[in-house]
Design a protein around this ligand. Structure first.
Ligand SMILES: C[C@@](CO)(OP(=O)(O)O)[C@H](O)COP(=O)(O)OP(=O)(O)OC[C@H]1O[C@@H](n2ccc(N)nc2=O)[C@H](O)[C@@H]1O
Ligand SMILES: Nc1ncnc2c1ncn2[C@@H]1O[C@H](COP(=O)(O)OP(=O)(O)O)[C@@H](O)[C@H]1O
Length: 274
């Protein structure tokens, strides 16, 4: 029987600005996002009966309707009236609730994969519109690569890849909710706004140094205050010599950008001790 494989990479936010709180409860954002090499993997196969079955060795995620990959399968199946079943196996590597969009990327991979398995011939644009029903980050995860995201995250403009570099991810064992972090943000009274034009310019010119200088995330104003461990990890990465350091999304993962491979092991080992 035909098997479909899809990679579901994690994302980091090189820039995350909030312009205002909207009447629908979401926030109008301006983000520059890029995929990293860390990825989940999905294997999809036709089931002889009309049912969605999701399995994973990861014991820490739901495998029922609460799982975003399951929700994606249900959504595309119902919307296009598919009367076929699917078996999805999820190989989970991305830390959960980390600000790395692991769940969103799994949902995106399920939509891309089932579009192929069930020969629905939907365009990426159609999949992005469908994906927006599952979460604000899902459209970007469908498109992949590097993009400028506006609206609540679903209005995308693809960008050239940023300069190649090493990305070190550090996720402290903290459980936080994205809704809670946005909810505590003083959107009308932010102490600063990162400059998207500066980041876009750095990417266009392939300047690693200017990209590091342009990193910024206004959600740090909430998460770093509430969770001092996240601030400590940031400080630790800077001290260990990372060229650029920022929290991804709503956190708690902090990423460090490094241009020289020689530095990577030193920073990684230093963080492990920490
Ligand atoms: C902060 C970001 C940055 O990339 O990522 P994560 O930290 O989740 O990875 C995203 O904006 C998160 O996207 P996602 O996790 O898909 O959010 P959703 O499921 O759509 O929304 C969860 C909740 O976050 C809030 N939310 C989300 C997006 C947005 N533009 N404004 C919001 O206020 C809303 O309260 C919403 O109920
Ligand atoms: N396939 C999935 N992988 C990870 N988490 C999932 C998945 N499906 C649903 N979830 C739930 O979604 C929430 C957010 O997960 P995740 O996408 O990893 O976080 P974030 O949006 O911070 O990057 C968690 O509470 C988790 O239980």
């Amino acid at each position: 029987m035909q098997k479909i494989y899809e990679k579901a990479p994690a994302k980091i936010n090189l820039l995350l600005d909030v312009l205002r709180k909207r009447d629908d409860g979401f926030h109008e954002v301006e983000m520059i996002m890029t995929m990293v090499d860390l990825a989940d993997r999905l294997e999809m196969e036709e089931l002889p009966r009309d049912q969605i079955v999701l399995t994973s060795e990861a014991g820490f995620i739901p495998l029922d309707e609460k799982n975003l990959a399951f929700q994606a399968a249900r959504l595309i199946k119902d919307r296009y009236d598919v009367r076929r079943g699917v078996y999805i196996h999820l190989d989970k590597n991305i830390p959960v609730a980390a600000g790395l969009a692991g769940g969103s990327s799994d949902a995106a991979a399920a939509l891309r994969g089932l579009n192929r398995l069930w020969e629905l011939q939907l365009t990426l644009g159609e999949l992005e519109i469908l994906g927006a029903e599952l979460g604000s980050d899902v459209p970007f995860c469908i498109r992949g690569g590097t993009a400028l995201a506006r609206g609540r995250g679903e209005k995308l403009v693809s960008l050239d890849p940023p300069p190649q570099c090493w990305v070190i991810l550090a996720k402290p064992p903290i459980n936080l909710s994205t809704a809670d972090i946005y909810g505590k943000l003083r959107a009308h009274d932010l102490p600063y706004h990162p400059s998207a034009p500066d980041m876009l310019d750095a990417i266009r010119r392939q300047s690693f140094t200017d990209m590091c200088a342009a990193l910024g995330n206004v959600l740090e104003t909430v998460t770093l205050d509430r969770y001092p461990e996240v601030r400590q990890i940031k400080e630790c990465m800077v001290k260990l010599g990372a060229d650029g350091v920022l929290m991804s999304g709503s956190g708690p993962t902090v990423f460090g950008l490094v241009s020289k491979e020689a530095k990577v092991a030193r920073i990684y080992n230093g963080l492990r001790g920490f």
